[in-house]
Design a protein around this ligand. Structure first.
Ligand code: BTN
Length: 260
């Protein structure tokens, strides 16, 4: 890890070109999970855009109840938002697009999205996104977007994820500035979120960035495993899968493995 890569709140917020995302940063050198602290903050009415950031997480959480590895050198942060119910499905798209844009802006690396919101470089996962919301009736009390990026990690040190994961530093052969990636990310999230709130859409760009469409895939949901061709995605973020028997299934959450 690059010792000079300080993640202090002051370094992140200094002249940050956002109105609210990242204007308040709560930083921990080590934390169980930024999700839990961000949720507590949201329940206490924290300002929209509050960011909870940790240098390392000791109990990072992934989608589908998996563990998320985030040792020192990673980027692990959660952002508190108060979106409308109508915009909730678009946050999956918004967050992954913001990651793709910020990785390219900060490092020059090109990445793609695997449905629903894994970010890959050359087919290997570099970032995972976990979105948790508290919804009562038609009211979204809060949403927390959790983003984990393998920034300065030597994947050779983590054999358990080596076959499926990569890191920014492994791709570039040098450490990256986590500060730069985070600052670009916060600006991008706010830009896309404001566009969404003003009636814009991120659907088309997200759809165009998906590596999944047209590919033969296996999708594991909590209950079942599906095989087929990823035919399309809905505006609600769901995946439309053409099964081997010709049937069409709509899948709202799951884990995709590309088969070809
Ligand atoms: C996944 O791909 O399964 C989602 C991984 C999400 C990881 C991030 S790291 C910051 C935030 N805190 C957590 O405990 N999880 C998310």
């Amino acid at each position: 890890m690059n010792e000079r890569d300080s993640l202090s709140p002051a370094a992140i917020t200094k002249a940050l070109e956002t109105r609210f995302v990242g204007q308040r940063v709560i930083y921990y050198p080590s934390l169980s999970s930024t999700m839990e602290v961000a949720k507590r903050e949201a329940q206490g009415g924290a300002a929209e855009g509050t960011v909870v950031l940790a240098d390392e997480q000791t109990a990072g959480r992934g989608r589908l109840k998996r563990v998320w590895l985030s040792p020192g050198g990673s980027i692990a942060l959660s952002i508190v938002l108060y979106p409308s119910l109508a915009n909730l499905p678009s946050l999956i798209m918004l967050a992954s697009l913001a990651v793709v844009h910020s990785i390219e802006a900060a490092t020059g690396l090109k990445s793609q999205i695997k449905w629903p919101n894994d970010v890959l470089i050359k087919g290997r996962k570099v970032c995972g996104i976990l979105i948790e919301s508290d919804v009562q009736g038609n009211t979204v009390n809060y949403t927390v977007i959790g983003i984990g990026i393998n920034a300065n990690l030597r994947l050779a040190d983590f054999p358990e994820i080596l076959p499926i994961a990569t890191s920014l530093s492994d791709e570039l052969g040098r450490d990256v500035s986590r500060l730069s990636v985070i600052r670009h990310l916060l600006v991008e999230i706010e830009r896309l979120y404001l566009a969404l709130s003003a009636g814009g859409s991120v659907y088309q760009e997200w759809r165009d960035s998906l590596v999944t469409l047209g590919k033969r895939v296996r999708v594991k949901t909590g209950q079942a495993t599906y095989e087929g061709v990823a035919e399309s995605v809905g505006r609600d973020g769901s995946l439309l899968l053409r099964g081997l028997d010709g049937s069409l299934s709509k899948i709202v959450a799951g884990d995709v493995t590309l088969r070809d």
